[in-house]
Every structure is written in C-alpha cells, then in structure tokens.
Write a protein that binds this ligand. Structure first.
Ligand code: NDP
Length: 291
C-alpha cells in the first residue's frame, strides 16, 4: 500500500487530511510533539524510517500577528522546517506537497492573483511563508505548493468560530468590509491535496509547481460574517443574528498588515484536475452542521 507522511496533523487542514484520507493509502500523521519539523535530525530519521511515497506538509507557524514580534520562530517553522522536509524527501527522491498563502502578495492588485504574479509580502508571516516556498523550490525536490486563503473549518481556531462566539456574546459587532478574499474550508483543501496525490500515485508524475486554490466567490470579511450568522440562525446554532456593521481596516488596527485584495485565480488547478471548486457558502453549511 502507498504510504503518505502528513506533518502538522493536529492543525485545521491536518485533521481534515487524516479524516478524508482516501482508501488505498496508508496515512501516517504526526502532530507537532511527535514530529517537530524544525528539528532536521528528527525529520530525516522519521522520513527515512517510514519511507513514505510522498510527504504532505500541513505544519506551519500561522499566528499572523504574533509573528510580527516572533520572526525567529516563524522562519524556523515556515522556512527552515520546509527546508528540512525537502532535504529528507531528497534522500528518498519523493515529492513534497506543501501549503502556502495569499499573504505572499501585498494585496494591491484588483484582479485575481495568478501563480506567476510578483510576490511582495507585507508582514513577517507572509515573508516566512514565501521563504518556505523558495526553500522548497530551490531544493530540487519535486513539489506542489498550494496557495490558499481565509481557512475555516470545524476544528481549530478560525473566523467562523470567532464569529459564532461573538454572536452569542454581543448584539452588535463591527467587521472589516474593505478586504476582499475567498474563504476556503480546510476540508476542501484536504480534498484537493488528496486529488493531486491520487493523480500522482496513478500516473507516477504530476505537473509540479505552484497552484492557487480557494473556494468561490470572492467576498469581504463582512460578507462572510453576515452569511455565517444567516446560516447559523437557519440551522439553530444561534438563536438570533447580531447586527453586523461594516467597518474599515483602519478602524480595526492589527500588528500585521492584511492584504486588501487576497483573491486568487484558481483556473490552473481546475484545469489540471478537471474539476470546479466548491462555493464557500456550501462548505460553510457543512462546517456548521458539524459544530
Ligand atoms: P493550523 O495553525 O491550524 O495548523 C498548523 C499546525 O502546524 C498546528 O497543528 C501546529 O501545531 C503545527 N506546527 C507548528 N509548528 C510546528 C512544528 N515545528 N513542527 C510540526 N508541526 C508544527 O493551520 P492551518 O491548518 O489553518 O494551516 C494549514 C496551512 O495553510 C499552513 O501552511 C498555513 O500557512 C496555510 N494557510 C492558512 C490560512 C489560514 O487562514 N489559517 C490561510 C492561508 C494559508 P501546534 O499547534 O502544536 O503548534
């Protein structure tokens, strides 16, 4: 049976990867205490011992604001950690499937970002993720880099969970309405990674490189929040929806600057897989059912 090693298995995407693993693949998943990707020796030992057919890296330092004052740790995981996985993969000559972010862009565009568009991160998190992409690309290992955005799911901390909590506590809240992006469920990211992995397993090759993937269509955090409350009331997760006021980014200062435009063009991946992406509204409904 084809064996797959998954890192960061306790994260939002990691958990979905384990849950949605296709039949016929043997998946070994490790959380951060079982396999710390910043530890080169441990990574090499584990990869060589397990001898998987490929690695999926769902581990990352994802605390965007904290990263501004914690660059050493952010780079240790998001750059050096990826490099460690790439070095270990090279020993066995196996591919690495990696996840990256819309934060590699500065958000000044007004058209959906293509894979070939120039990158220019505005904060430590985005810069550390870009450094990880480059480490993987320069390692010589076969790789997929799946850039995604605005991840939500039933597990872990995310915008949906925060809105549901605030919706219970407050009658009114202000949500940013001048940042545009595509919410993406952790489950749909896991599914697309497994689709790519199965294509590789079946065909023995893949069109390696960077791909953009998110659910559709584009919205704002305000639009996303309104839909969360609408659906939550419909299915009885909340008794009533709070009033959601549209605010500006400047009304909600954060340590890390957020891109105003995070929309990515996913057509290259759709063409590769011959499938259309799900809407985030549908994915949200599945997540709320699970909560
Ligand atoms: P999570 O923060 O939910 O999961 C990341 C996991 O990585 C955590 O379980 C964490 O474990 C683990 N981890 C951290 N450091 C290490 C380490 N040194 N060794 C091994 N594991 C480690 O993130 P998501 O699932 O949301 O993110 C998955 C991917 O998607 C990441 O690459 C992220 O950059 C990318 N992404 C995420 C977005 C989002 O909105 N969340 C948006 C765009 C891209 P522990 O908690 O124990 O530290």
């Amino acid at each position: 049976m084809v064996k797959v090693l998954v890192t960061g298995a306790a994260g939002q995407v990691g958990r979905e990867l384990i849950k949605l693993a296709p039949a016929g693949l043997e998946v070994v998943g490790y959380n951060s205490s079982e396999l710390d990707i910043t530890n080169a020796q441990q990574v090499q030992q584990m990869v060589v011992e397990q001898a998987p057919a490929f690695i999926i890296n769902a581990a990352a330092y994802t605390a965007v604001d904290k990263a501004e004052g914690d660059a050493i740790c952010a780079y240790a995981v998001n750059e050096a950690g990826v490099q460690n996985l790439a070095q270990a993969a090279l020993i066995l000559n196996i591919p690495v499937f990696h996840i990256s972010t819309d934060y590699v862009f500065d958000g000044t565009s007004t058209a959906p970002y293509k894979e070939t568009d120039p990158v220019s991160p505005t904060g430590v998190y985005g810069a550390s993720k870009l450094a990880g992409e480059q480490a993987l690309a320069n390692s010589g290992v076969k790789h997929i880099i799946l850039r995604t955005s605005w991840v939500f799911g039933a597990e872990g901390n995310n915008f949906v969970k925060t809105m549901l909590r605030l919706g219970k506590e407050r009658d009114t809240l202000g949500v940013v309405a001048d940042q545009y992006g595509c919410p993406t469920s952790a489950a749909s990211i896991a599914k697309v990674l497994w689709q790519l992995a199965q294509k590789y397993t079946a065909e023995g090759e893949l069109l390696w490189g960077i791909y953009h993937f998110s659910n559709s269509p584009a919205t704002t955090w305000h639009g996303f929040a309104c839909e969360i409350f609408k659906q939550a009331v419909e299915i009885g997760v909340l008794d009533r929806a709070p009033v959601v006021n549209a605010i500006k980014t400047s009304d909600y200062p954060t340590p890390a600057k957020r891109p105003a435009w995070s929309v990515m063009d996913g057509s290259a991946l759709e063409n590769l897989l011959g499938s259309n992406v799900a809407s985030w509204q549908q994915e949200l409904s599945a997540v709320l059912e699970r909560l």
